[in-house]
Design a protein around this ligand. Sequence first.
Ligand SMILES: Nc1ncnc2c1ncn2[C@@H]1O[C@H](COP(=O)(O)OP(=O)(O)OP(=O)(O)O)[C@@H](O)[C@H]1O
Ligand SMILES: [Mg+2]
Length: 654
Amino acid sequence: MRLSLATKMFLGYTLLILMFGVMSVYVLGRFSAERAQLNQLNHQLLPLDRLAAEIETLSDASVRGLAEILRADAASRLPLLQSARRSFQRSMSLRVRQLQGILARADRVSLSDAQRRFLDEVGARVDQIRDQTESLDRLLGATEQTWQEPEPLDPAPATPENDIEPAGRRLLRDVRLLKLALKNRITAQVLDLEQQESRATAVVLWMSLLSVAVGALIVLLSFLALRPVQRLAEAARRISRGDFSASVPAGTRDEIGFLAAEFNRMARALEGREAEGRRQQEQLELVNRQLKQSSLDLELMKLYNENIIRSIHHAILVCDVRGRITTLNPAAEELFSLQPAAAVGQPLSQLPLAGTCAELLRSWNRVLDEKTGLFFEALPLPGPGERLADLRAAPLFGADGNAQGVLILGEDVTEKVRTKQALIQSERLAAIGRMSAMVAHEIRNPLSAIGLNAELLEEELERLGCASGDEPRKLLSSISGEVDRLTQVTDEYLRFARLPKPRLQAEDLNAIIRDLLRFLGPELNQARVDVRLNLDEHAPPLPLDEAQVRQALINLIKNSIQSMAGGGTLTVQTEGGDGTIRVRVRDSGRGMDDACRERIFDPFFTTRNGGTGLGLTLTQHIVMEHGGRISCESAPGQGTCFVVEFPTHRPLPG
Ligand SMILES: Nc1ncnc2c1ncn2[C@@H]1O[C@H](COP(=O)(O)OP(=O)(O)OP(=O)(O)O)[C@@H](O)[C@H]1O
Ligand SMILES: [Mg+2]
């Protein structure tokens, strides 16, 4: 039969408890038996022994006393005898009754057969003593009676006193026999008690030793049975530290053995799972590394793309299908004057750029639906200055092939357009120059002939007596005036046509301006023009052709004088910075409307009677030949301000 560990331990401890129970019952039994014997000793034997001793003493004393009385003289012996008889009779009968009372009170039911037999024997002896006592008492009575009678008549009277002594000795012998029997009995009972006690002590000792041995055996067996639990705990600790190879010997076939087997199975399963987990973790780490690498590659690619986009000089603006800006590069920020933080997420139509993109916004759906690119040329840009940009718009396709937004590429073409315009202008000027030279050349000779003939005609009329106020002289004077004017115009044309390339050398622009104003001083005074100079004294020398720059500035100042019919204020200012020196020529004259201002640099445009319309054309040509630019701010009645910019660094021709 296979018993479980719990059952074994239960049985072991039950056995131990039973042993202690048996031992306790035995001890209690022994105590009970000994108590009964002690009770008998205390309440029967010892009182009997004490009374027997008293009777012995009393009998002994009475026998000796009677012997004395018998030897006493006849006169005194009778009262002594009477007294002794009364005392003896009273004392003996009292003790005998006491003996009999003790024997009568004995609980014979609880006594053993031997004890009962002994009590019967004692009872018989007591009866014998009583009989002996009564016999002695009768002898004493008879003796007393004999001594009271007068001298007996009978020659051989009865002499009971002679029997007193033998009767006393018999009584004494019986009393001593009783005492001896009691003493033997007491001694035997005490010995028996001592033997019983030592036996019980030995039994208890042996049973205790046996219990201790059984207890120790149970503890040892429990320890041996539970030792695998300790190994289990140790193995569990190893597993908790990650050592899944831990196992415990299966050992016994009880619960511990079953637990050990289950534990080993669990450890193997955990080991398997750990290995699987490690493998999965390694795979995860590999995937993670690959992901990190991919993410790094993507990041690098993104950075690379961003760098490309940032490095591109063209403005790149990406909008979603609804026209909201999603991405822009620094070139776009600069070109379109956008703040990325404010612009991203904003619709194009709500930004200052909306004007530039107006046409694109109108064609927005066309770009998306027809997936077609559009090109817009030289559109005005928002922000300071007059800047122009070309815009290219193309749909941006997503992974699904659908348009997900619009890519706008912008290019600042301000310089390109200006250069192109300048080129056209310069070609036009060259053509005009050539034509002017030709016309001037064709007109100049006939004009000088006409002028010469007019002079000869005037001399002839004067010689014929025609006064200067006469009509012929007036007509001739008018012809001469027109010839002079035409000669002047043709000179202008020729100067324009023959304008050479500027010969640049470092010049002080402030000095040129001061000298020029000195030269024009009388004219300015005459026109009641007040001059104000505001020159930047730190302006560096510039690469200039002095004669041409003087000519350009004279044209500007003369125009200002002409615009201030009743006089006014002319302000000339220089200002250095940003690699240029700016000259501002401001007047308080009549100013111009926009239509006029837009045409002032066109050749032959003039609003002035007698003007050639070549002054500003020539000025612009000279400024551009110096690598500079000229612009004009003006409004009717508000005066006019011409701004001329000369670069401070322009390589001087070789
Ligand atoms: N400071 C100015 N104030 C007002 N209008 C001006 C001024 N400067 C130029 N203009 C206008 O520009 C036109 C062209 O000027 P431009 O100097 O080229 O020719 P012009 O002065 O008319 O003739 P020219 O200079 O050949 O004698 C002028 O007729 C005038 O209408
Ligand atoms: Mg002019």
